[in-house]
Design a protein around this ligand. Structure first.
Ligand SMILES: C[S@@+](CC[C@H](N)C(=O)[O-])C[C@H]1O[C@@H](n2cnc3c(N)ncnc32)[C@H](O)[C@@H]1O
Length: 349
């Protein structure tokens, strides 16, 4: 099946899509098309990333649990999937953007001139202080998710792996002030909020530490080891992750150009640990139907993955679609054959 053969999967509600690495937004027609054939009421999106898969499943009326070990992904899922009613009002927005005399200058001092200019960094310092004064968990999630989106929109390809004007192509998104981006992001997040009359929940855990209620189906989309990408999500998104955590509990490496912090470890990121990690993961969720997104250029290969799934499930089916990723690192350029991959969905029950 080619992706051009399937119609776009329109969201009824407006999901705040981003250029998140590995986002399955363009593959949703393929993924949901297969999942729609399976009866299930509840689902865990164990590596939720941008949140687009969780959101599509919420729209399909499922009781959705989202999880990601990055906080900024968690806040996006909490704002759009768990939250069904709360919005940021104009009074909230006035509160969030008003001058706060107690605001610190950490972002301005540490990051001015790296990703954004001084005025944008001052706005973020002030916003972070005001978010810290909010009491309502859903409003905090909406504000942090909107701030993360604003920062990513103001970066070429949404990344924090390089500094200065590299990739600066003059698009309007790059020219808007951070305040303008934040106000636009609040609007988009507010529009995404809807109630599907289920108890949806977001978690922020390493998947192996996750203690979520049992579900009918687990959707798995881990970082994948491939010869073309280091799949290090922390390195790409450290700035927004730091913002959401208020840089607490992270170890900033001040000698690096990007002032990134040490990446969170994940067992899925190296060749030597990936296979064993999948084995542990499939065993952890063996009582649910497993739906696993995978690509033809990943390690371990398809045959090994099917074998691992067969250790815990009787029936393993492989569905595939062609997909061209437009978002690689420098070794993995747009237009290379390496970007042409077969996307798999393994369904094990
Ligand atoms: C391929 S992305 C998921 C993309 C997502 N399905 C989407 O459509 O946007 C993999 C995600 O796994 C998260 N992750 C990596 N290791 C993890 C772990 N050990 N536990 C939980 N989440 C993890 C990363 O932060 C990243 O967001």
């Amino acid at each position: 099946m080619s992706l051009s053969d399937v119609a776009e999967l329109p969201f009824v509600h407006e999901f705040p899509a981003t250029k998140y690495m590995g986002s399955k937004s363009r593959l949703l027609p393929f993924i949901c098309g297969q999942l729609d054939k399976i009866p299930f009421e509840s689902v865990l999106d164990a590596f939720s990333g941008s949140g687009c898969v969780s959101y599509a499943l919420k729209e399909r009326g499922k009781a959705v649990i989202s999880n990601d070990f990055l906080s900024f992904c968690y806040y996006t899922a909490k704002a759009t999937v768990e939250n069904g009613v709360t919005l940021l009002s104009s009074t909230d927005v006035d509160f969030l953007t008003k001058k706060n005399r107690r605001a610190k200058d950490f972002i301005t001092k540490t990051y001015s001139g790296l990703f954004f200019g001084e005025a944008d960094c001052e706005f973020l310092d002030n916003l972070r202080a005001n978010i810290g004064q909010l009491q309502d968990g859903d409003k905090i999630a909406l504000a942090l998710a909107a701030a993360s989106r604003a920062c990513m929109k103001k970066r070429p390809r949404g990344l924090f792996t390089f500094t200065g004007r590299k990739g600066w192509d003059g698009r309007k998104d790059l020219k808007l002030t951070m305040r303008e981006q934040f106000l636009a992001a609040v609007d988009v997040f507010n529009k995404s909020v809807f109630d599907n009359h289920q108890e949806n929940k977001a978690f922020n855990c390493d998947v192996f530490a996750l203690d979520a209620p049992p579900v009918d189906l687990v959707y798995i989309d881990t970082p994948y080891v491939s010869p073309f990408s280091d799949c290090d999500y922390t390195r790409r998104y450290h700035f927004v992750e730091g913002f959401c955590r208020n840089w607490e509990g992270v170890e900033i490496m001040l000698n690096t150009k990007t002032k990134k912090f040490r990446s969170f470890e994940t067992a899925f990121s190296t060749k030597s640990t990936a296979e064993n990690s999948f084995q542990r993961l499939f065993s952890k969720f063996k009582d649910s139907v497993l739906a696993v997104s995978y690509s033809s250029n990943c390690i371990p290969d398809k045959k090994t993955m099917v074998g691992l799934l067969k250790e815990v499930k009787k029936d393993v089916r492989v569905f595939s679609a062609q997909h061209t990723y437009s978002h690689g690192n420098h070794q993995h350029k747009v237009g290379d054959n390496n970007n042409e991959v077969a996307e798999y969905l393994f369904i094990a029950q």
